[in-house]
Design a protein around this ligand. Structure first.
Ligand SMILES: CCCCC/C=C\C/C=C\C/C=C\C/C=C\CCCC(=O)SCCNC(=O)CCNC(=O)[C@H](O)C(C)(C)COP(=O)(O)OP(=O)(O)OC[C@H]1O[C@@H](n2cnc3c(N)ncnc32)[C@H](O)[C@@H]1OP(=O)(O)O
Ligand SMILES: Cc1cc2nc3c(=O)[nH]c(=O)nc-3n(C[C@H](O)[C@H](O)[C@H](O)COP(=O)(O)OP(=O)(O)OC[C@H]3O[C@@H](n4cnc5c(N)ncnc54)[C@H](O)[C@@H]3O)c2cc1C
Length: 666
């Protein structure tokens, strides 16, 4: 009975949608072709029993890891058999949805050789890597240093006699610690180490080092290697073999130093090429950009689960003889719909960031390095903003699902455990925001010197205006005007930036100021990054958006994104006199009416993500809404339910029960 009623809830919900959902699916996917590829790969993975993943939380580490190896090998087999393109293969791996050494091989090892190798090095190493004849990882972080890349201790000392580098770990803290894929799978690594020639330290650089034999996978001489142990959560990121690695005077040929940024000649002379040294950090810029795109996937997945379940779940009250769907509670809407809006916002900012990254790459090839600092600031800042919001949002979605959200079968605990390290890897989120703040302070300080701000900082050219312009909101409807909202976010960011720059100028040493004001600098960077997301959403809406009602839905979501941020950071907007308290109260009224506008479309808006039940991996987020019987089904699959009387009853339960009986008689 309940099961049928639950199914009905979602059918009814879907019939209320006021927009063309197929058109929205294409917008979400980023185009017709992208939608077709994504849809095909998702179905391919979902229909293949090797890719089942509902048992991850109960497998022990060894079984779990072996199963990951099996899935990765099967994925590779399918990629070859079906002659999948690079785009299709990467989508297939995405839908397999299991962190694995292949993420680092394709996501970092290949990109670092592409970005930091010479033409010759690329020709030598990439074909082997593309065919997976070698498996590589990215070994930068050490036990003692992660954020402070310049503080790495591993050494690469040039031996001119043998024309080789000697890679060595001089201290315990110089052990490589964390690299994914290193622990068990990789045969090779790009190792970041201090380049030393003729007794002189030339700073860090990447080196290709073979770690394990290609015949029997045993570590090569001088290599001490292993897995760093269990991480947060069962299943979750434990499918990944994050590893440790120590070198005892390991020798590699000179041509295995990645030489795009610096070269070492046969005589041991170090030659700096004319590209900026920061390109050594280029792979991190690339991966940060992909992490932003990935944030909208994780966020939309959690939101899809919470939204569908909120429509199925009923609690208290009465609507036509039924209890109230929890999605109809204003409190539920005010927690859920800003997250739904953020998922769309991050999708569009991710698309834009991909474009920015391609643009900077093309410019670098043409030896135009002018936009590199901005690309670094945008990728760092948006990586930080989107991953922090997404991690918090997954936890919020768990709470939005009440008690059942805490069950592994809701999919949310594992999603959270897999996702939270994104706030740390590829740059700790606070460290990255401080990089953005540094960039903003530098941009402001150069305004008078004729240096023109570029791209996302162009608004600072209108600084005088932004520092005193009043907010143009007289009536509630003014809050729906995109130019009013964008200018408001510009004014807030500009005012906070200038206030911080003024405070900084009071310090005789800028570095002291940076230390003392770092918490404020993080707020400034956050305000700037939120402005970028809002303005990229608005720009997206200025493009041609086909499909009946699609644009209207996206406009509502864009307003929800911006106004819910305004509400959350009201202190910033009021303390910088960007708005009055009357305007804040009008914004709150508008938000409520926007929630009402989104409410009938909520299920269709999450259906537009086009996730299969396999990918969602959630009983609560099932497409058919058939939640309750499936919760039972999942519970009954638990190994604890395999026997009626639990293992251990005779040893540990029965004696206790008997003893209590005797005590009671006494
Ligand atoms: C099923 C799940 C799969 C999901 C996968 C989805 C997507 C991902 C896809 C592929 C990836 C695969 C798997 C993902 C999973 C895990 C991967 C994790 C891998 C790692 O986790 S891998 C280690 C990453 N580890 C860091 O992330 C260290 C952070 N630490 C730093 O990054 C630096 O150390 C910094 C910047 C903090 C200090 O650097 P510093 O000490 O040199 O100091 P300073 O601040 O003075 O900078 C001097 C001048 O360089 C400029 N500058 C700085 N950085 C730049 C850059 N990148 N580009 C251009 N310019 C840059 C500055 O703006 C300044 O410029 P100016 O002088 O003009 O002011
Ligand atoms: C799951 C996972 C996978 C990873 N994969 C890889 C990989 O494949 N390859 C690789 O090389 N590395 C990898 N890493 C390492 C990762 O990149 C680092 O852990 C990350 O860059 C953070 O550095 P840290 O550990 O040194 O943190 P720390 O810098 O020690 O951070 C500790 C605290 O100090 C604060 N802090 C640090 N510096 C400052 C500052 N200047 N100002 C203010 N606060 C500061 C931070 O905000 C944080 O709160 C991985 C890490 C994880 C968790």
């Amino acid at each position: 009975m309940e099961a049928e009623a639950a199914v009905d809830y979602l059918v009814d919900e879907r019939s209320k949608a006021q927009f063309d959902i197929d058109a929205m699916k294409i917008i979400w996917a980023g185009g017709k072709h992208e939608f077709e590829v994504s849809d095909r790969m998702a179905r391919l993975v979902a229909s293949d029993p090797v890719f089942r993943k509902d048992n991850r939380a109960i497998l022990d580490r060894k079984e779990l890891f072996k199963n990951t190896l099996r899935k990765a090998a099967h994925a590779w087999k399918r990629i070859i058999e079906l002659r999948l393109s690079e785009q299709e293969a990467s989508k297939l791996r995405f839908f397999v949805d299991e962190p694995a050494y292949t993420d680092l091989h394709w996501g970092m090892f290949i990109p670092v050789i592409k970005g930091q190798g010479t033409e010759e090095q690329r020709k030598k190493w990439l074909p082997m890597a593309y065919r997976m004849q070698i498996i590589g990882c990215y070994a930068q972080t050490e036990l003692g240093h992660g954020s402070n890349v310049q503080g790495l201790e591993t050494t690469a000392t040039f031996d001119p006699e043998l024309d080789e580098f000697v890679i060595h770990s001089p201290t315990l803290t110089s052990s490589k610690w964390w690299p994914g894929g290193l622990g068990r799978a990789s045969t090779h690594a790009v190792v970041f180490a201090r380049l030393i020639t003729d007794g002189k330290d030339h700073g860090i650089n990447g080196f290709i080092v073979q770690l394990r034999s290609l015949d029997d996978h045993l570590p090569l001489p001088g290599i001490i290697i292993g897995d760093i142990g269990m991480k947060f959560g069962n299943g979750a990121y434990n499918t990944m073999d994050n590893g440790f690695l120590r070198f005892d005077h390991v020798r590699i040929p000179r041509d295995q130093m990645l030489m795009r940024v610096k070269q070492v000649t046969r005589e041991g002379k170090v030659v700096q090429s004319d590209v900026p040294w920061q390109l050594l950090y280029g792979t991190m810029v690339y991966v940060r950009q992909t992490i932003v795109a990935d944030a909208s996937c994780a966020l939309s997945r959690a939101v899809c689960i919470a939204t569908r379940y909120s429509a199925v779940r009923r609690q208290f009250g009465s609507q036509n003889g039924h209890e109230t769907q929890v999605i109809d509670y204003r409190t539920q809407q005010s927690r859920l719909f800003p997250l739904l809006a953020s998922a769309y916002a991050f999708r569009f900012v991710g698309e834009w960031l991909k474009w920015l990254y391609m643009d900077v790459t093309q410019r670098l090839q043409a030896r135009d390095f002018s936009t590199l600092p901005e690309a670094h600031a945008c990728t760092a800042g948006l990586k930080s903003l989107t991953t922090s919001v997404t991690a918090d949002a997954i936890e919020e979605c768990r709470k939005l699902c009440g008690g059942h959200g805490y069950l592994c079968s809701s999919g949310l605990p594992e999603l959270f455990a897999v996702y939270v390290p994104a706030c740390t890897y590829e740059g700790d989120n606070i460290v990255l925001l401080l990089q953005v703040a540094r960039f903003l302070m530098k941009t402001v300080s150069q305004l008078g010197s004729g240096e023109r701000p570029v791209g996302t900082t162009t608004y600072l050219l209108r600084l005088e205006h932004l520092l005193q312009c009043p907010c143009d909101v007289q009536g509630a409807e003014d809050w729906l005007k995109p130019d009013v909202v964008v200018q408001l976010f510009e004014a807030r960011s500009a005012r906070m930036t200038v206030a911080c720059a003024k405070s900084l100028s009071k310090f005789s040493k800028p570095e002291d100021g940076f230390m003392d004001l770092s918490a404020d600098l993080v707020s400034v960077a956050t305000a700037h990054c939120q402005l970028i997301v809002v303005s990229k959403f608005v720009e997206k809406l200025q493009q041609d958006i086909p499909g009946e009602g699609v644009k209207q839905q996206l406009e509502a979501l864009c307003s929800i994104y911006a106004l819910s941020l305004l509400k959350k950071h009201l202190g910033d907007f009021l303390s910088t006199s960007c708005i009055t308290s009357k305007q804040a109260s009008l914004a709150n009224d508008v938000l409520r009416s926007l929630y009402s506008q989104v409410r009938p479309n909520a299920i269709a808006l999450v259906d537009a993500f086009n996730y299969t039940d396999h990918f969602l991996g959630s009983v609560l987020g099932r497409y058919d809404g058939n939640v309750y019987p499936k919760l039972y089904e999942e519970a009954l699959k638990d190994p604890l339910n395999e026997s009626v009387v639990p293992d251990g009853y005779h040893e540990y339960l029965q004696p206790v029960l008997k003893q209590r009986l005797r005590t009671a008689r006494l």
